[in-house]
Design a protein. Structure first.
Length: 314
């Protein structure tokens, strides 16, 4: 696991981001049958990634009081994520069993527990950028609370991060996702997410649909292929991603979201990044660099700002 270089000085951006969703433990099943455990969960990973890049970030979620939960809290605190909105619970930590194939790609099965505990919402969604997605859109009663929080927030980044293995009522899930889309500023989805939501529909048609439903900007990641993106009223752009030797893809999309959070700040910097094609391409390029470095490491281990290119030193 990476450690912050001794010379690093991380200065939080003005404002803050509130990341709402799940924290869990990834059980990674290797090809030889061995299993390793590491803290994870898409929103949790994104919060840590953004904090390592210098953003002021809070995490709102349920964390178990068991041993795994203590590891989760230690990781958040170690990366300087504000945990004042975390609710501790006696429910056991949710587990995600990740199987890594020959290309380093991960597939998951989930054993949910603490993730779906009710009773928490962000402390204040009106004064910060709200970031959510993943299991937080799928598991009741948390999911309904997330929809309400998104509707109340002024600037929302949502990573759809679809997990069909945990979806019981598909129509309810799809309706909920579309409600979140309608209130979101930035929607990030992978080509795999969209293949689940809209099988056989071309990616550009999916992009157009999400914009028509209310999102201001849609970003579609495609693994090692260029990222597709478009803002309302503009043409589609393609942004290349760095070529790296992939160890595994666990947490790569979350690292990408962390890069978005760090660059967008609390939403007041959004115009510079989202207002035109060049700004959007620069935003995506920086986020893709963060994700690429994460792919060169085992597990969800996002980089620090000082491990990235000179652009991130600005």
């Amino acid at each position: 696991m990476a450690t912050e270089p001794a010379s690093a000085s991380l200065h939080p951006a003005q404002g803050s981001a509130m990341v709402l969703g799940e924290a869990l433990v990834d059980l990674v099943l290797a090809g030889d049958g061995s299993i390793t455990a590491g803290v994870g969960g898409a929103p949790f990973n994104a919060a840590r990634a953004a904090a390592r890049l210098g953003a002021a970030v809070s995490f709102a979620g349920a964390v178990s009081s068991d041993g795994f939960g203590e590891q989760i809290m230690s990781a958040l605190n170690g990366d300087r994520v504000d945990t004042s909105a975390v609710v501790r619970t006696d429910a056991p930590t949710t587990l995600a069993l990740a199987h890594i194939d020959g290309t380093g790609a991960a597939t998951y099965r989930f054993y949910t527990a603490a993730t779906s505990v009710p009773g928490y919402v962000p402390v204040d969604t009106t004064g910060a950028m709200l970031v959510t997605g993943g299991l937080a859109l799928a598991l009741d009663p948390l999911a309904d609370r997330v929809v309400d929080a998104v509707a109340a927030a002024r600037f929302v980044v949502c990573d759809i991060n679809c997990r069909p293995a945990v979806i019981d009522e598909w129509s309810s899930y799809l309706n909920r996702v579309m409600r979140v889309v309608s209130s979101s500023t930035v929607i990030k989805a992978s080509d795999d997410d969209l293949a689940v939501l809209w099988p056989e529909r071309p990616l550009e048609a999916c992009l157009d649909d999400l914009l028509e439903r209310g999102a201001s900007v849609v970003i579609i990641t495609r693994g090692s292929e260029p990222v597709l993106a478009r803002s309302a009223g503009s043409d589609v752009i393609e942004v290349p991603v760095p070529a790296v030797d992939v160890v595994d893809t666990i947490g790569a999309g979350d690292a990408f979201v962390g890069g978005l959070i760090a660059r967008l700040g609390d939403g007041r910097n959004a115009a510079a990044h989202l207002g035109d094609a060049d700004g959007l391409a620069a935003l995506i390029g920086d986020a893709a660099e963060v994700a690429a470095v994460a792919c060169t490491r085992r597990g969800a281990d996002p980089p620090y700002r000082t491990e990235l290119s000179a652009r991130w030193a600005q």
